[in-house]
Design a protein around this ligand. Structure first.
Ligand code: SF4
Length: 755
């Protein structure tokens, strides 16, 4: 679908030289991840042994992908940048806003009507700025990217944490916030902390009931949800080569569940086969030409302990199928231990629903292996005990599995086919009876299983497994059923055993699709008009933020002194607010409503010092804004952890907060604040947090000589007439200070374009 072959040629033409230069500069062999990272350094940065986990480095990614929920703000910002076209190939995918209820056709029709305004906006912006647009129903971002755009040795960013899925085709693919996507689309460098490296050596071969999903379920059990933080996970060994490309995608996809920056695999035949099957034989041919640079140097895999920060070894021939959960994807239970573990923990064992598909597991191979089990239901006189649903990852997969008769087979076990979209995986599942909040168990082949994630019911115990195991458990209706050893009793009362799943890596007759749902952008989009109704409550064009006044900030009010954990969810809640992601003013009504007020321990209840009354945080800040007063937010440790959503920085900026002063920041949120022209400050002495009083009037001094490494000063004028003065630190570099002065990074980009 219009993948940019010229761009891939350029990347591969430069690759050997860049890899050799890096090898020489470091004086040692390179891992695959290092090769891709060095090949994508932005500008002429000096090649050096960057400090893993410490050095910030600028990169030039090859592509950008955006899903519809996050693309709205990314593109609203991009529109402000003043660029006529995106600087790198970019795509938008409409997958997050479709509720799964009745079935694909009806659900899609409802989404097309309910979210028409958002879809029309995304389509017209894409058309104008040269962005490929994938319509609702075309598929889930990561499956569509794998089928069309991912290529070995490439680097991409995407506004979704499971962008990492493209590691299955040997990419370095990383999830980011919309502001980062906007920068890259505007041709600016993209900053990342040089990652640590984890090597996972796979030996042996998968067989029987074990699937690629079990590799990552096992790894998640070993590393836990935090174990991959700040690291790239590189898989290698004969076990990796023996696995399909889409299986590799599944493993990389769930790298997000261990907190990894991304995961990747070296280029091999499985990738070449997948590229050819998906209409990209030319990419496979180009990759073959540079294949020694698309995997680590041989010495690295021979002595991995020398080159990786951590090495894990898994023998696939001995690996058992796993079920991870409930409520966290790293609670790994081997199938043979599920009976005793479920009993010990009191997990409900009756499986109510089995759900397969999603971006994690909806390859042709996955579906064909699941269908081999569904076929056995009729053949062995069984009856499927649980409900069963399928969310195909793309129209290409859906069309092909329909052509090959798979959907008919699923129909015989009463399966419901939802639209090619996220649906139940992101809580867009109108599950009948979920509101009763009954304790129940579901099994799915998705990636996340946090409380309420699928159906909003906090008492739904969700277990993650391979699609084939999910199908078997749905047939049995029992979480503790072990198809390797257990029998089922059929309708005639006979004991029968399920045969292990079997399937095809790729369709024998090739992939087929009637309408893939792709809309190419106009060759010249300069005349395309982007319509946003001024009365819309879902979309709002952005106005540039005002530049700094050029003087120290005096007389600021304290908006909130947040106590304890304050994540991006506390600052800008998701759930029902998701629909306002394209309307800055409306979504600002959720600003900090989850943060706990230090003075009364309540959420969304702060003192308006102009009236002396307590009220919601957004309304209080709006009152200050109306009175022409700025304010300060005070926070605790790791303020802004969680997602990279830029709304958490844009909302306070929009409503007139001038500075956020905390004990420490989560890095992405700190950068987001800087990008939006806010002051992101830290206490030089954390004990000064205690000096802040509810009625303080606050000055920030030192801004007229604002410089890297030079602290600023904060003066608190207390109600009793006393004052406190202390130092506050910042981590702004020269460029970021310019962002502050200009009122935000976008204002600088716009200025550059204008000159
Ligand atoms: Fe995210 Fe689930 Fe959609 Fe994948 S299917 S992109 S994990 S919401």
């Amino acid at each position: 679908m219009a993948f940019d072959i010229e761009m891939i040629k350029r990347v591969y033409a430069a690759l050997p030289g860049k890899v050799e230069a890096a090898r020489k500069a470091l004086g040692r062999p390179l891992t695959l991840a290092e090769k891709i990272l060095f090949a994508h350094l932005h500008g002429d940065q000096q090649l050096q042994n960057f400090d893993r986990g410490k050095s910030y480095v600028d990169f030039a990614p090859d592509r950008v992908a955006m899903q519809d929920a996050t693309a709205q703000m990314a593109l609203l910002q991009f529109m402000q940048a003043g660029r006529p076209k995106v600087a790198v190939p970019s795509t938008v995918h409409c997958d997050h806003l479709i509720t799964a209820k009745t079935g694909a056709d009806q659900d899609l029709a409802i989404a097309n009507s309910e979210s028409k305004e958002v879809y029309d906006f995304l389509a017209s912006v894409s058309n104008k700025y040269g962005i490929g647009f994938w319509k609702p129903g075309a598929g889930i971002i990561h499956q569509v990217v794998l089928e069309n755009y991912a290529f070995p040795g490439g680097m991409m960013i995407g506004t979704d944490s499971h962008t990492v899925n493209a590691g299955g085709l040997g990419m370095i693919a990383i999830g980011v916030g919309g502001a980062d996507a906007c920068d890259v689309m505007a041709g600016l460098p993209w900053e990342l902390k040089w990652p640590k490296l984890i090597g996972v050596k796979l030996t042996g071969k998968l067989s029987g009931w074990t699937a690629p999903k079990d590799v990552i379920l096992k790894v998640a059990g070993i590393l836990t949800v935090k174990g991959g933080t700040g690291a790239i996970v590189e898989y290698f060994g004969e076990g990796a080569i023996n696995m399909s490309c889409t299986g590799k995608g599944t493993i990389c996809n769930m790298g997000a569940e261990i907190g990894a920056t991304t995961s990747t695999f070296g280029y091999d035949d499985s990738m070449a086969r997948y590229l050819k099957a998906t209409g990209r034989a030319d990419v496979a041919e180009l990759a073959n030409g540079v294949k020694e640079h698309l995997t680590a140097d041989a010495e690295v895999y021979a002595n991995p302990e020398k080159y990786f920060d951590q090495v894990i070894e898994i023998n696939l021939s001995e690996l058992e199928p796993h079920l991870n959960g409930p409520f966290t994807p790293d609670l790994a239970t081997p199938l043979s231990k599920m009976k005793e573990t479920a009993a010990a923990n009191g997990w409900p064992t009756k499986v109510e629903v089995g759900l397969i598909g999603s971006c994690t597991n909806s390859s042709y191979e996955d579906i064909s292996r699941a269908v081999s089990l569904a076929k056995q239901v009729a053949a062995k006189g069984l009856k499927t005990k649980a409900e069963f649903t399928i969310t195909p990852g793309s129209e290409q997969v859906r069309y092909t599995i329909e052509r090959d008769g798979f959907l008919n087979v699923f129909d015989t076990i009463g399966a419901k086919v939802f639209a090619n979209a996220c649906g139940p995986c992101i809580g867009m599942w109108e599950r009948v009876g979920a509101e009763k909040q009954e304790k129940n168990t579901i099994v799915h082949s998705f990636n996340r299983n946090f409380a309420k994630r699928a159906d909003g019911n906090p008492n739904t115990f969700a277990f993650v497994g391979s699609p084939e195991l999910v199908t078997a458990l749905a047939i049995a209706g029992d979480l503790t059923f072990n198809p390797e050893t257990d029998f089922l009793v059929n309708e005639k009362g006979e004991k029968v055993k399920l045969d292990p799943p079997s399937g095809d890596e790729l369709p024998a007759k090739g992939f087929a699709v009637d309408d893939p749902g792709y809309q190419a952008p106009a060759a010249d989009g300069s005349q395309v008009k982007v319509e946003v109704s001024p009365t819309s409550n879902r979309l709002q064009l952005l106005d540039p933020f005002a530049a700094w006044e050029g003087v120290d900030l005096k007389g600021l009010k304290l908006l909130i002194k947040a106590k304890g954990k304050c994540t991006t969810d506390h600052i800008s809640m998701a759930g029902p607010w998701l629909k306002f992601r394209g309307h800055l003013d409306n979504i600002s009504n959720n600003m900090l409503i989850g943060a706990v007020n230090y003075y009364n321990e309540k959420t969304d209840n702060v003192k308006n010092v102009l009236t002396g009354e307590y009220g919601p945080v957004p309304a209080t800040q709006r009152a200050y804004k109306a009175a022409g007063l700025g304010s300060v937010v005070i926070g605790d440790e790791n303020y802004g952890e969680g997602s990279s959503r830029e709304h958490a920085a844009m909302e306070p900026r929009h409503l007139g907060v001038r500075a956020v002063l905390v004990k420490s920041f989560a890095r992405i949120h700190e950068t987001n604040l800087k990008k939006q022209g806010m002051l992101a400050l830290t206490f030089a002495d954390k004990a000064d947090y205690d000096k802040i009083q509810e009625d303080d009037v606050i000055d920030i001094d030192g801004l007229t000589t604002f410089a890297p490494g030079q602290p600023l000063q904060m003066v608190l004028h207390h109600k009793d007439g006393s004052t406190d003065t202390f130092q506050v630190n910042h981590s702004y570099n020269t460029q970021q200070i310019e962002w502050f002065k200009a009122g935000g990074a976008l204002n600088i980009i716009r200025k550059q374009v204008a000159t």
